[in-house]
Write a protein that binds this ligand. Structure first.
Ligand code: MN
Length: 256
């Protein structure tokens, strides 16, 4: 029997030493992947690298840790959004950005991104929310930019419930499945809203940067947490990804 397709909903392919090699790893392992980028100015490069690939899609992003320095790239973001259905990495980060005035500028950049997605329609977002989870979820609820995935969620149970109520998905990585606190959060997420991610090369797995193949391990751990077979967990995560895509565009869901 052929191995099941996997899902890596958040991977920084462009930040690996050899992006092409990492992309081919995802292709070889039949891993449907969202190739996030951190600034609009590097999107084209990832778009070129993923051209013709079956499993990897490029995303246009503006990382919250860069939002203040790179706010000038917002017009480029708006210009490039029509070129892809995927948006990320975007969001808020209050661990790195501490001053109230800076946080407010960061929220303004995020709001501009969400308005742009909402206007374009049919975009799928992968969103960062460290220490800013409640503000991220309330912005997503206010602007309704399209289906969204909270990547590496580490907020409260209450905000988690709000995100679930808003239709959100959650992508889980190897660092999360080995943290007791994160495991408690994972148990609170309805399984039909769970996706897997590597967040490579930022997450470490067995002392090495995580890569798309790490998601097989993540899903096996999810299976343990859920008390089901690994193959059933793979199937569930894949069905979740398919449902997420079909909500935006039947033609994009056919890519699966
Ligand atoms: Mn990331």
């Amino acid at each position: 029997m052929r191995a099941m397709a996997l899902v890596d909903a958040h991977c920084h392919f462009d930040l690996f030493p050899n992006p092409r090699q990492t992309l081919l790893e995802a292709e070889r392992n039949r891993t449907y992947s969202i190739a996030v980028t951190n600034t609009p100015s590097v999107f084209k490069q990832t778009q070129r690298l993923t051209e013709g690939l079956k499993y990897v899609r490029p995303a246009i992003g503006l990382h919250p840790e860069l939002a203040l320095q790179r706010a000038g790239e917002l017009p480029m973001f708006e210009r490039l959004v029509p070129e892809t259905r995927y948006v990320g990495e975007v969001g808020l980060d209050y661990r790195v950005v501490v001053k109230a005035a800076d946080r407010s500028r960061q929220r303004a950049v995020f709001a501009a991104i969400l308005r742009c997605c909402s206007h374009a329609g049919g975009r799928i977002l992968t969103v960062h929310s460290r220490r800013a989870e409640a503000d991220v979820v309330s912005a997503l609820t206010e602007y309704r930019p399209g289906p969204f995935i909270l990547h590496w969620y580490s907020g409260s149970l209450r905000t988690l419930a709000d995100a679930v109520a808003a239709g959100g998905y959650f992508s889980i990585n190897a660092a999360m499945v080995h943290s007791q606190r994160a495991e408690r959060l994972i148990r609170e997420i309805p399984p039909e809203r769970v996706l897997s991610e590597s967040d490579g090369p930022f997450v470490e797995f067995h002392g090495k940067p995580a890569s798309p193949s790490t998601v097989r391990h993540v899903v096996a751990r999810l299976a343990d947490i859920w008390g089901i077979e690994a193959s059933d967990a793979e199937h569930l995560v894949f069905q979740n990804f398919r449902r997420l895509l079909s909500g935006t565009s039947p033609s994009e869901a056919r890519y699966l």
